[in-house]
Design a binder for this molecule. Structure first.
Ligand code: CA
Length: 348
């Protein structure tokens, strides 16, 4: 068993990070992560199992790994039909609501022709069974996050696949948040009985429900404003007409915005009254305090500690918080080091 602690010198460096006008820097010297997987290539999706262990995907190798603290990660499956093109590849993963009975694990991945959602069964080597196909794919803006809601339906964040018109096209699955059954059909109660739950998105890679059943989503902006949105049924979030706050009655304003250089937000997690956002270009975790449907403040954490971050999630089994790095796919950064899955038993 290998445990790696953050050196004290790194913690000292962190305490010197300059706060911006809208942020403060969190004190957290008491916390240090356990490395649960190292030497990985762009880990992307993460999902916890009922026993507290986890599965994570590697975008580029298209592998699914099983990991538990104190044990070496085990490669359990490879999605051979996935294609790692640009930002595409094996992306999101979610454990099905009936996993303990049927072993179903849901995946979101890019193929040569589309992005799709499929399921595999734990312990089976059979190829994935697709449930949603035809989500537009491209070198970038593939979305990719999937989560099961408290209603038992599957929510997926998609991207405009570089064609901005997809986002406002109700018949395209690109630039949307989708809500489907476990067989991929439009979930009961969806607007217009379609699989589209909300539209007008550029690229959604983060989805999380809070305890009030509100759904929060991160979204990459183009040049000016990255967003966190509170997702409602039938909501139109403005892209490509509006980036950030449009104050346009046709569109919903974001609940929070940043500049892409300090954020580029992928995964979003929740713990207590805070949302946590994993920032790629920003190379940090953002802690967002919220009450009801309002985000009141943002705090920068770990800037400069781990590089680009893809995913942040709390393990419901033990309360630990796990994050994944995304340094092997960084552009214009120093020579890429390895990528890791880190576990914090105490998170600031
Ligand atoms: Ca928007």
């Amino acid at each position: 068993m290998k445990r790696v602690l953050v050196p004290l010198s790194l913690l000292a460096l962190l305490s010197c990070a300059a706060p911006s006008t809208t942020t403060k820097v969190a004190p957290y010297a008491a916390s240090a992560p356990q490395v649960v997987a190292a030497n990985k290539v762009v880990p992307w999706g993460l999902a916890f199992l009922p026993d507290g262990s986890a599965l994570f995907t590697e975008r580029v190798t298209r592998s699914i790994w099983a990991v538990a603290p104190g044990h070496a990660a085990r490669r359990i499956y490879t999605v051979n039909e996935a294609r790692a093109n640009g930002e595409g590849g094996l992306l999101g993963i979610a454990v099905g609501p009936t996993y303990s009975r049927d072993g179903r694990v849901y995946l979101y991945y890019t193929t040569g022709t589309d992005n799709r959602i499929a399921f595999i069964r734990r312990g089976s080597a059979a190829r994935p069974t697709p449930i949603v196909t035809g989500i537009p794919a491209a070198g970038n803006h593939n979305g990719g996050r999937i989560v099961f809601g408290p209603d038992g339906f599957l929510y997926a964040g998609t991207g405009d696949a570089g064609n901005t018109a997809n986002a406002q096209n109700a018949s395209s699955l690109g630039g949307k948040v989708l809500r489907v059954t476990t067989s991929g059909a439009a979930a009961p109660g969806n607007p217009n009985s379609s699989r589209v739950w909300s539209l007008g998105h550029r690229n959604v890679q983060g989805l999380v429900f809070d305890r009030n059943r509100n759904l929060w989503a991160t979204e990459f902006g183009q040049n000016t404003y990255d967003e966190v949105n509170l997702i409602v049924a039938g909501g139109n979030y403005g892209w490509p007409t509006v980036e950030g706050k449009g104050n346009d009655s046709r569109f919903r304003n974001p609940a929070w915005t940043w500049s892409p250089s300090e954020a580029s937000p992928s995964g979003i997690g929740i713990r207590g009254d805070s949302l946590y956002v994993a920032a790629l270009r920003g190379g940090r975790i953002w802690r967002l305090r919220f009450s009801g449907t309002t985000i009141s403040s943002a705090t920068s954490m770990f800037q400069g500690s781990f590089g680009r971050l893809r995913t942040v999630m709390q393990n419901p089994r033990d309360g630990s918080v796990w994050i994944t790095t995304s340094n092997r796919d960084g552009r214009g950064s120093p020579a890429p080091s390895d990528d890791r899955v880190l576990r914090f038993s105490r998170f600031p």
